[in-house]
Ligand binder design. Structure first.
Ligand SMILES: C[S@@+](CC[C@H](N)C(=O)[O-])C[C@H]1O[C@@H](n2cnc3c(N)ncnc32)[C@H](O)[C@@H]1O
Length: 483
C-alpha cells in the first residue's frame, strides 16, 4: 500500500511537469496537476481509485486538460524508438491495437529507463475482462450467448498474441513479457483505459484522464425504442390511423453507430479535454461516460458490471424465421433492463404471430409499434414469457441461489472460511472452484474469485431482466383479459 501511494505521488508529480491540469483558468507554474477541481480518491463501490471533486463543479465545465505531449500513442512510442519502429516495419499486418500493445510492452520492458516509467508503475497489475477468464469463470456465466462472447474474446486475444509473437521475440523482451498473460495485461490496459483519437483507431493512453470511473450516459438519444403501444388507447389509435409509412430501419441502424462521451481531443487546445457531465458537490466522485454499454459489454471491454445499468439488455434466442421476417438489425431485438421487449423485438414478434397470409396487410401496424389485435398480443406475450422461462429453467442455479452464492464468495474473499449451503448446484460450483484454485498462488486465487463473482453477478442481472419480462408479460396478459 505504501508502495502504491509512493508510485501515485511520483506519477502525479511527473504529470504536473507535463502540464496536465485540472483547472482551465490557472496560469503560471502550478505545484500540482490536481487539487483545484479534483483529487485522487478511493470509491470501493464504484470503481476503486477514481477522481473526487474538491469543490462544486458545474455541468459542462472543463475539469481536466491533458496536453498532447502526455498522451501515449503508438505514433509517439514508435517515433522515439528506432528498434521498435524497425521491428514493427517487418510486420505490417498487425492491427493498430496490436501495435499499441507491443509498444506498451516495449516500454514496460525498458523498466526505469522508460520515459513513461512513472505512468507505467501506477497502472493496475491485473484486470477482469472476459478475455482473462478461465473456462470455469466463463462457464459460471451460464448463458450461452455470454459464454460464446467470452470464449470468442479469449480466442481473439490468443490469436492476436500469436500473431504478435515474432515481433516480441525480435524485440528481445524479458521472457515474462512475451507470455500470453503479459499480452492479456497489455490488451486489457488498452481496452479499458484508452481514449478515442481521430488519428489512431487504437486510441491513446491518457495519464490522469484514465482515472475517471464510469457512469452510463444520462440518456441515450439513439435508443431504438419508441414509445410502447401495448395499451388499448394506442391500439384504437393504430386502427384509426390506417396505412402508414414503414419506420426507416436504415435511420435506426445509423443512429446506433456513434457513441456518447464527455471528453475528447481538442485540436485548438492541443489537449485531451474532460468536461463535467453534470453538477457535482465537493467530495462527489467525478465520472465519465465511456459510452453506452450493456453489462456484458462492460465486462468484455472494462471488466466490471453495474448493478443498475439503464443500458443493460437481455438477448433471447428467437426462431430463425423471426430474424428473416424483420429488417431491424439483430442487436435491436432485445429485452430492456426494465423487462420490456424492445420496440423492434415487439414489432417482430407481433408480425411473426400473425398468420402468414395476413402479414402483408398488418406490416405497417407492426412496424409503427402498434398492437395488432388482442389475440395477437396475447400470443406474443405468452411466447415471450415462455421463452424467458425456458432460459431460466436451463440455468443450473436459481436467482435466489445466485444471491446466496455471492454471499458465500464474499465470505471466501474475506477469508472467513466455508459457508454451509443446502443447494446441491452451489456445492458443486464451489467444489469445482476450490478444486481448480487450490494449487494456484494467493494473488491468482484472489483474481479468480473476483472474476467468478463478476460472472455470478452478471448471470444474476441477466436473469433479473428475464424475470422482470415474465412479470411484464403476465401483467399485459391480465390487462388484455379485461378487454
Ligand atoms: C479508465 S479506468 C478508471 C480508473 C481505475 N479505477 C483506476 O484505478 O485506474 C477503468 C477501470 O475502472 C474500473 N471502473 C470504472 N468505472 C467503474 C464502475 N462504475 N464500477 C466498477 N468499476 C469501474 C474498471 O476496472 C475499469 O476497467
Amino acid at each position: 500500500m505504501a508502495g502504491e501511494a509512493a508510485n501515485l505521488a511520483r506519477f502525479l508529480q511527473w504529470a504536473t511537469t507535463l502540464g496536465i491540469l485540472d483547472s482551465p483558468n490557472s496560469t503560471g507554474t502550478l505545484s500540482a496537476c490536481l487539487g483545484l477541481s479534483m483529487r485522487v480518491s478511493h470509491f470501493p463501490e464504484a470503481g476503486g481509485r477514481g477522481l473526487a471533486a474538491t469543490r462544486a463543479l458545474t455541468k459542462g465545465e472543463l475539469v481536466l486538460r491533458v496536453p498532447k505531449v502526455a498522451l501515449m500513442t503508438s505514433d509517439c512510442l514508435i517515433s522515439s524508438d528506432r528498434t521498435l519502429a524497425t521491428a514493427l516495419g517487418n510486420f505490417n499486418f498487425l492491427s493498430p491495437a496490436q501495435v499499441l500493445c507491443i509498444a506498451l510492452l516495449n516500454e514496460v520492458n525498458k523498466g526505469r529507463s522508460s520515459w513513461w516509467y512513472p505512468y507505467l508503475k501506477q497502472l493496475p497489475r491485473s484486470y477482469d475482462l472476459l478475455a482473462s477468464c478461465s473456462q470455469f469463470e466463463i462457464d459460471a456465466l451460464q448463458i450461452d450467448d455470454a459464454i460464446w462472447t467470452a470464449e470468442k474474446a479469449v480466442h481473439k486475444s490468443k490469436m492476436e498474441w500469436k500473431e504478435a509473437t515474432p515481433v516480441l521475440s525480435e524485440l528481445n523482451f524479458k521472457p515474462q513479457l512475451t507470455t500470453f498473460n503479459a499480452w492479456l495485461w497489455a490488451s486489457a490496459t488498452i481496452s479499458s483505459r484508452t481514449m478515442h483519437i481521430s488519428w489512431d483507431t487504437a486510441g491513446c493512453l491518457c495519464p490522469v484522464g484514465d482515472f475517471f470511473n464510469y457512469a452510463p450516459p444520462e440518456e441515450d438519444p439513439h435508443q431504438l425504442d419508441k414509445p410502447e403501444a401495448t395499451d388499448i388507447d394506442s391500439f384504437l389509435t393504430s386502427v384509426d390511423e390506417g396505412e402508414k409509412e414503414d419506420s426507416s430501419t436504415e435511420e435506426l441502424v445509423v443512429a446506433n453507430a456513434d457513441r456518447l462521451t464527455d471528453a475528447g481531443y481538442d485540436e485548438g487546445l492541443a489537449s485531451y479535454c474532460f468536461y463535467a457531465k453534470r453538477n457535482y458537490e465537493r467530495g462527489d466522485q467525478v465520472l465519465l461516460s465511456y459510452g453506452t454499454y450493456t453489462n456484458l459489454e462492460l465486462l468484455e471491454h472494462y471488466g466490471f458490471i453495474l448493478q443498475d445499468n439503464p443500458n443493460d439488455k437481455a438477448f433471447i434466442s428467437l426462431e430463425s424465421e423471426m430474424y428473416s421476417l424483420c429488417s431491424w438489425p439483430k442487436d435491436s431485438l432485445y429485452i430492456s433492463q426494465d423487462g420490456k421487449p424492445s420496440f423492434a423485438l415487439l414489432s417482430t414478434l407481433r408480425l411473426w404471430a400473425t398468420p402468414v397470409s395476413k402479414r402483408r396487410s398488418v406490416k405497417h401496424i407492426a412496424y409503427s409499434g402498434h398492437l395488432i389485435s388482442v389475440g395477437n398480443e396475447a400470443a406474443v406475450m405468452e411466447w415471450t414469457a415462455r421463452r424467458c422461462q425456458d432460459v431460466l429453467s436451463s440455468c443450473w442455479t436459481l436467482m435466489v441461489e445466485d444471491t446466496r452464492l455471492l454471499h458465500i464468495i464474499d465470505k471466501i474473499q474475506d477469508c472467513n472460511g466455508e459457508e454451509e449451503t443446502s443447494s446441491q448446484a452451489l456445492r458443486e460450483e464451489i467444489r469445482s472452484f476450490l478444486a481448480k484454485n487450490c494449487v494456484t498462488s494467493g494473488a491468482k486465487t484472489t483474481r479468480s474469485i473476483s472474476r467468478w463473482r463478476l460472472a455470478v453477478e452478471w448471470r444474476y442481472s441477466y436473469k433479473r431482466i428475464l424475470s422482470k419480462c415474465i412479470s411484464h408479460c403476465a401483467k399485459t396478459l391480465d390487462n388484455l383479459s379485461t378487454l
